[in-house]
Design a protein. Structure first.
Length: 280
């Protein structure tokens, strides 16, 4: 395999490591090369106020326009080309959810990551984000200001499930917990029963919930997440195909190749070429 196809990419951390929450203008000076695909270790909410651009979230392309909101999760591959787009980036680590309960991090996992908002809704969320940014600009955040910051953030985040018309139900809660666990455990956990043990539910209950919410079985979603992680590692190009196979705990490179062939009809090398072309 040609190891020069793509430059290896390290995960990107929050610009200010001592903070749980950072809000910046969309065109702020990044501490990393945002022109190349990068992998977030944090949540990012993008509010596009005006202008145009485009981006890839994992391997899905999006045309950026004013009035949009995007939700990006830890572990995803991201490439944002702003062009003329202006707006705000809300960036926060998973730790922040201990301050904004009962909201949990898994409530931010959505089937569609792009939100096309009405002017009134966008203005409300954007102005709320601006209030947070103003409070964060103070060098010494008081206890009262901190409560305001977390309250404003909670308003923004609680709006997202409503905007995608996601019903609050037992089925929804099980599915979002399952989906949020997949990226964390996919390298070692491949059985539906593994995840049922983690979220304390039966296999029938998890499968029914997944079919109701997404029209797919739990095993199908596990295989989709595994393929997504394979494509991420192929894109980062820091490991050989054999190393990726063992990184993802396949018994052998042959089993690794067989899984990719069954899912995509391509060999690992062919899939890597297709994946790299997306970001060229």
């Amino acid at each position: 395999m040609n190891k020069q196809l793509h430059t290896p990419i390290e995960p990107v951390s929050l610009p200010e490591q001592d903070k749980l929450l950072v809000i910046e203008p969309l065109n702020y000076s990044n501490p990393y090369d945002y022109h190349k695909p990068h992998r977030h270790e944090y949540f990012e909410i993008i509010l596009v106020k005006s202008g145009k651009g485009h981006q890839f979230i994992d391997f899905s392309p999006y045309a950026i326009e004013g009035g949009q909101l995007y939700a990006i999760y830890p572990g995803q591959i991201h490439l944002l080309k702003r062009d003329t787009a202006q707006g705000l980036l809300i960036q926060f680590r998973k730790d922040i959810f201990r301050y904004i309960q009962p909201l949990q991090h898994y409530h931010l996992y959505f089937k569609e990551q792009a939100f096309n908002l009405s002017p009134a809704t966008f203005t409300h969320l954007y102005e709320t984000a601006e209030r947070i940014m103003l409070l964060l600009e103070n060098k010494e955040v008081t206890l009262l200001s901190a409560h305001k910051i977390y309250s404003y953030l909670q308003i923004v985040l609680l709006s997202l499930p409503e905007l995608q018309d996601v019903p609050v139900s037992v089925h929804r809660d099980i599915v979002v917990q399952f989906l949020s666990l997949l990226p964390k455990y996919i390298k070692t956990q491949r059985k539906v029963s593994d995840y049922c043990a983690l979220i304390n539910c039966s296999m029938d209950k998890l499968n029914d919930a997944c079919k109701t919410a997404l029209g797919k079985t739990a095993l199908k979603l596990i295989h989709e997440e595994l393929m997504l992680e394979i494509r991420r590692l192929l894109l980062l190009n820091a490991l050989s195909l054999k190393e990726i196979a063992y990184e993802l705990n396949f018994d052998s490179p042959a089993n690794f190749s067989g899984f990719i062939k069954a899912q995509t009809g391509l060999t690992p090398s062919e899939l890597q070429q297709v994946t790299l072309q997306i970001y060229n």
